[in-house]
Design a protein around this ligand. Structure first.
Ligand SMILES: Cc1cc2nc3c(=O)[nH]c(=O)nc-3n(C[C@H](O)[C@H](O)[C@H](O)COP(=O)(O)O)c2cc1C
Length: 390
């Protein structure tokens, strides 16, 4: 069974990722994992924290001589900022001065501060925000990198690009090769294929930097080369569209998930929305001239690229804070502010790639199983032959 968990707090000692159920024999390239972590750190509009950290994964278990062993893989990403937070977040109790404690109150609207404090009976939000923070998504990206390495063994790749920041929209919809070129860049501005839109996005972020506000946007994750037949229509909780939606929605600040052109489809005609079916005699496969369905029909992959869009709300920590209420005094005051990003759409796209890769890895292993890569590949190749002979 393929499973993964994360642990760790934003300003704690480290983030931890635990991934279990990977077959033995998958080549593990640590440089690839670290590059994924670097991609998540990038983008215009990030706060000071990303300048402090240079995320790198230390693998503690489950990988020997650059291959998985079949045992659980444990990874640690150390927080450099921990040096500044040791006294505020000690593991063992000791007498604190209030300044060292670094409590957060009043709660920020849009963040987990108030809901989490009510739930856990905490009268300030430090412990809640430490775990709610999207710093956690670094651990997901490390886990997702392992999933990508597994998927890569059968030719599946997962990448993302940005469609909008605020109300600035890309005028271009990239091909797979264009997305690959975009994601190969070392410097990320907005990870958008449209250079003119990127400049407008930058201007929009500069404006909110000036006014103390924040921005959201839309990213698109594309999974390329996914075979038809992952996921199933048979049970509601195994539908691949549902699994992807849950995984991407679980990312911090994602407030909507769209498969293909699902949202636009709701106001279109059936004749305009559904992708007609062709057959390629040379490739011996069914093809579609268009992909409005985003590669999913009936909760099953149909052989086209899987396309998942995430709708990100604007960051909730505002330099010009909104109204809030102090949790102890119940006084109406301005919300707390602490160092924050103002726009994270490209980074959220990278984190969503990880979530999509983790879901696809799970479905791939469910369908093709295998304790070793050799066994899984044999099952996969047999299925591919079956599809060709269909
Ligand atoms: C990559 C990334 C970075 C984020 N950085 C911040 C940040 O610096 N400040 C902030 O207030 N929210 C940030 N967020 C969003 C919050 O973590 C999120 O809004 C909060 O945990 C509440 O969860 P919810 O928006 O999913 O309801 C970030 C989100 C992502 C995906």
């Amino acid at each position: 069974m393929f499973r993964y968990f994360t642990a760790g707090e934003s300003h704690g000692q480290a983030l931890v990722a635990w991934v279990s159920g990977l077959p033995a024999g998958i080549p593990v390239d640590i440089a690839f994992i670290n590059r994924e972590l670097k991609r998540r750190q990038g983008g215009y509009g990030r706060g000071g924290r990303m300048k402090i950290e240079t995320d790198q994964a230390d693998i503690l278990s489950g990988v020997r001589r650059s291959k998985t062993t079949g045992a659980p893989v444990a990874m640690v990403i150390w927080n450099k900022d921990w040096e500044n937070w040791k006294e505020a977040l000690p593991v063992e109790e000791h007498a604190d001065t209030p300044e060292k404690y670094k409590g957060l109150n009043p709660p920020r609207p849009g963040h987990a501060d108030l809901a989490g404090s009510l739930k856990y009976n905490l009268h300030e939000a430090r412990y809640v925000l430490e775990r709610a923070s999207a710093r956690e998504s670094a651990a997901r990206v490390a886990a997702g990198a392992l999933a990508k390495l597994l998927l890569g063994q059968v030719g599946i790749e997962v990448l993302s690009h940005v469609l909008t920041v605020g109300n600035v929209q890309s005028a271009l919809l990239p091909s797979w090769d264009e997305i690959k070129q975009l994601c190969a860049r070392n410097e990320i501005l907005f990870n958008c294929v449209d250079p003119a839109a990127e400049q407008q996005m930058k201007a929009a972020v500069d404006e909110v930097l000036r006014t103390g506000d924040t921005l959201g946007g839309i990213f698109e994750v594309v999974a390329h080369n996914v075979p038809a037949g992952l996921g199933t229509h048979a049970n509601w909780d195994e539908r691949l569209d549902g699994l992807l939606a849950q995984a991407v929605m679980s990312l911090q600040a994602v407030k909507g998930v769209e498969i293909g052109t699902g949202i636009e489809s709701a106001v279109s005609l059936g004749s305009k929305v559904h992708d007609q079916i062709n057959y390629s005699q040379t490739e011996k496969k069914f093809t579609r001239p268009e992909n409005h369905a985003g590669g999913l029909e009936g909760g099953i992959s149909n052989g086209e690229d899987i396309i998942v869009r995430g709708y990100l709300k604007p960051i909730s920590t505002l330099r010009r804070p909104l109204q809030s209420v102090h949790m102890e005094t119940k006084e109406v005051v301005k919300a707390a502010y602490e160092r924050s990003d103002v726009c994270v759409v490209p980074a959220a796209g990278v984190a969503a790639e990880a979530m999509v890769a983790l879901v696809l890895a799970r479905c791939l292993l469910e369908k093709f199983g295998g304790d070793s890569l050799v066994e899984m590949r044999r099952n996969f190749d047999g299925y591919q032959a079956q599809l060709r002979a269909f």
